[in-house]
Design a protein around this ligand. Structure first.
Ligand code: HPA
Length: 337
């Protein structure tokens, strides 16, 4: 290993300040101790984070330090060990009241470095508890890029849930239906995504502790999890569509010309979330699945203008079925974890 003065720091960091005593760099053969120095004693705030990436003997990124601060402040509140992470989209805001045996709730604004959502109707807290017996962490309210956060902050909660130990990320959202065969109120099991209209959340120095620089995205939505959702839907006699979800930045809705373009690009539904969370989760080694509630037909497919209120109202109408589907799907997924 090079002496510390010869190491090239990344653009944003100061190695000495962030990584503690220089002697850390003088003991390249003692990797377990190095890991402990970076992360602190495993039991200081409950269990140590689950990290599936490579632990290196070179300095970490400010991004990882930030994640660790946030992780520690959450672990100071609960030592709950989730197996599955669920992100609630529009319409599923009251999922926890109906379907979670709640053990602990932690508002986002009580966590260090955690981005806090500003969207009306988004409560903004983690709920820890059991969904049909499956230990879960539920995000009641997510952060959106259009609120002005850096994409790294948009996916910070996803990464934290992975660090807590969740192996599966279950994403939900509301979307505009682009596929001519869809109707408002349909549910779409997400089979794949188009994310190239928004910045990739992995841009910047790679967080090696989480995952590799160039992660594979060939089965971004896990086929087995998808099948489990389809099985749950069939048991509940709920009709579901399947298709490709495309993320735009928002916050304006699309124009009719944009919708025609997106259809040509292979999208079945469009929304303002989800894809970047899926990318960050796959990067961190989580398995991902998702269901979109098609709250409206996309712009230009009806002669009605779109409003946020209409989207929410329509998503709320679909909520009881959506809740039942998500609950049953999680029960199935949990039974095979
Ligand atoms: N476009 C984008 N995002 C959305 C829509 C839409 O039509 N409906 C719900 N979220």
């Amino acid at each position: 290993m090079k002496p510390i003065k010869d190491q090239q720091p990344g653009p944003e960091e100061d190695i000495q300040e962030v990584y503690g005593p220089p002697s850390y760099f003088g003991m390249p053969d003692e990797e377990p101790e190095e890991v402990q120095m970076v992360y602190g004693p495993p039991n200081m705030f409950g269990s140590a984070p689950v990290l599936r990436g490579t632990l290196r003997d070179t300095p970490s990124t400010p991004e990882f330090e930030k994640l660790m601060r946030c992780y520690r402040s959450l672990r100071a509140r609960t030592d709950f060990q989730p197996r599955i992470a669920l992100v609630l989209g529009s319409g599923l805001g009251d999922f926890a009241e109906h379907s979670v045996d709640v053990v602990e709730t932690v508002p986002y604004n009580e966590l260090e470095d955690f981005p806090v959502s500003t969207v009306e109707g988004h409560k903004g807290r983690f709920i820890f508890g059991y969904i049909k017996g499956v230990p879960a962490v539920v995000m009641q309210g997510r952060v959106h890029y259009y609120e002005g956060y850096a994409m790294k902050d948009v996916v910070l909660p996803t990464r934290i849930m992975s660090m807590l130990g969740a192996e599966v990320l279950f994403l939900t959202n509301a979307s505009g239906g682009i596929n001519a065969g869809f109707s408002a109120g349909d549910f779409m099991v997400i089979t794949d995504q188009v994310s190239c209209f928004v910045p990739n959340p992995l841009i910047g120095r790679n967080v090696d502790e989480l995952g590799t620089r160039f992660p594979d995205m060939s089965s971004i939505y896990d086929p087995e999890l998808r099948q489990q959702i389809l099985d749950a839907a069939s048991e509940l006699d709920i009709k579901v569509q399947q298709g490709v979800y495309l993320q735009l930045t928002g916050p304006s809705f699309e124009t009719p010309a944009e919708i025609r373009m997106l259809r040509g690009f292979g999208a079945d539904a469009v929304g303002m979330s989800t894809c970047v969370e899926a990318i960050a989760a796959r990067h961190a080694g989580m398995r991902v699945c998702g269901i979109s509630c098609v709250s409206n037909l996309a712009c230009g497919m009806t002669d009605q203008p779109l409003t946020h209120e209409e989207v929410q109202e329509s998503a709320n109408k679909a909520a009881p079925k959506f809740r039942a589907l998500v609950t049953e799907a999680i029960a199935k997924i949990g039974s095979t974890l």
